[in-house]
Write a protein that binds this ligand. Structure first.
Ligand code: UD1
Ligand code: CA
Length: 453
């Protein structure tokens, strides 16, 4: 039986930010979300998040996660003080309490499962997750005897020079037998450099207490400033890329590519340099993305190519070719085997299969049938200054170069729009529409003009 508490009340002064530290994002998710996600496989009986600094903002950000409990720490007097706030909420609880800092975002669930198992098998009063760091600066140092029994935890700021040399650090992850901890919490003292109530002081007051080293110390990096945030991002990227490469994805010049953890890739996808995949993006088998592209929250079908393009909140069906320099946004939907070329922008538009818009176009709030050819420079005039209007184009229709379709407007099937036309009225099936001044030629005009002078 385990209850989880996550410490997320601190401001995170060292971030130099108005945003509470735990809401800073790492690869598409906030720090605290990642911590919550890491405990999921443990199936905790309750999950309690201790909030304080900008509590409302933190609560709102976590609202989509079901069944979280929030406990308020109105003044932030230290990690021990934060856990004291649980006392009224856990009265009579007789199991273990797993405590995690809200700023340790890279912990693996397997690590936590193993840690909890050791705690329970040994029937410890407290277990502390530790690591030996090449650079332990800033962390609490953990001192143990040869049997891994914790003797003392000393914060970096409270260490003397000899203590500071100890490379074994406190990861900020603890498991306590709650009944034991509850007896100690009211008696914590703030006799230290920061005048705070340290949770670490409670550790040595229960028995037996054991330190467990983490296998990969990169997991336990705490985020206190922007440098550590950036370092954690790099570690996360390495993890994500290794996972996809092992699953059959090719990354070309992988260090120039970034991929959010929320992205899904299928085998034989090729990602070219300087490409960034974000949010809930899915890319199906055999597609080639990049170089130089940004894809956010979009579904890319099989065997699609995308070059030097930006795609957000959109869907591209199998076999289509996008770019170079296309911009698809606001729920654009491109059918199968389409071609969207240079400097074409699609916004909230749905193109039927085998439709081409190869050069210099804006299609906003438009729907096309199949095998439509959008000529170079065709523009939908979808906005009248107040409202947006729809353009509907039938199957096999073609628009000439530089035509303007003033919405709301419907072009039927097999319509041909003459180049340079401004279309303001609906056009029926099987017609040619010309809406421009007829060309006039005046022979000998230059000579006549001179004679008049
Ligand atoms: C803490 C540990 C340190 C450990 C390190 C690991 C203590 C005293 N020190 O130090 O031994 O090596 O984490 O990363 O615990 N918080 C609250 N309320 C408060 C203060 C903090 O909820 O009153 C929360 C913060 O939001 C944060 C977490 O507790 O998520 C840790 O606080 P932080 O100030 O970052 O502690 P460290 O100095 O890093
Ligand atoms: Ca910290």
């Amino acid at each position: 039986m385990v209850v989880v508490a996550i410490l997320a009340a601190g401001r995170g002064t060292r971030m130099k930010s108005n945003l509470p530290k735990v809401l800073h994002t790492l690869g598409g998710k906030s720090l605290v979300e990642r911590v919550i996600q890491s405990v999921e496989p443990l199936q905790p009986q309750r999950r309690m998040v201790i909030v304080g600094y900008q509590a409302e903002q933190v609560k709102t950000a976590l609202e989509p996660i079901p069944d979280l409990e929030f406990v308020e720490q109105t003044v932030q007097l230290g990690t021990g003080h934060a856990i004291q706030q649980l006392l009224p909420h856990l009265e009579g609880y007789n199991g273990d309490l797993l405590i995690l800092n809200g700023d340790v975002p890279l912990l693996r669930s397997e690590t936590l499962e193993h840690f909890l198992q050791i705690h329970q098998e040994n029937q410890n009063g407290a277990t502390v997750l530790t690591a030996k760091l090449p650079n332990p600066k800033g962390y609490g140092r953990v001192f143990c005897d040869e049997k891994n029994v914790v003797q003392q935890i000393v914060e970096d700021k409270d260490c003397n020079p000899t203590q500071r040399e100890n490379q074994r650090i406190n990861a900020g992850v603890y498991c306590f037998r709650w009944q034991d901890l509850a007896k100690i919490l009211p008696h914590l003292q703030a006799n230290n450099a920061q005048k705070e109530y340290y949770l670490t002081d409670a550790v040595t007051q229960v028995a037996p207490v054991m330190a467990v080293d983490v296998e990969d110390y990169q997991e336990i990096g705490g985020i206190n400033d922007r440098l550590q945030l950036s370092g954690a991002y790099d570690i996360l990227q390495t993890r994500i890329k290794e996972k996809w490469m092992k699953a059959g994805v090719t990354l070309i010049n992988s260090s120039s590519i970034t991929i959010d953890e929320t992205v899904e890739l299928e085998p034989d996808v090729i990602i070219e340099p300087q490409t960034h995949l974000r949010g809930n993006t899915v890319i199906k088998a055999g597609s080639r993305i990049g170089p130089g592209s940004l894809i956010e929250n979009s579904l890319i079908g099989e065997s699609v190519t995308v070059k030097y393009s930006v795609i957000s909140d959109s869907v591209i069906q199998n076999g289509s070719r996008i770019g170079p320099y296309a911009h698809l946004r606001g729920h654009a939907e491109v059918g199968e085997n389409c071609r969207i070329g240079n400097f074409v922008e699609l916004k909230n538009s749905k193109l039927g299969d085998r439709t081409n818009a190869a050069h210099l176009s804006y299609l906003g709030d438009a729907t096309t049938g199949t095998k439509v050819n959008i000529g170079a420079g065709t523009i939908t005039a979808n906005y009248d200054g107040v409202n947006k209007h729809k353009t509907i184009i039938g199957n096999n229709t073609g628009t000439g170069s530089n035509s303007v379709l003033v919405a709301p407007i419907t072009l039927g099937n097999d319509v041909y729009v003459a180049a340079g036309s401004t279309i303001t009225e609906d056009v029926p099936d099987d017609s040619l529409v010309i809406a421009r001044e007829r060309q006039v030629i005046k022979p000998g005009w230059k000579m006549k003009n001179k004679e008049l002078k």
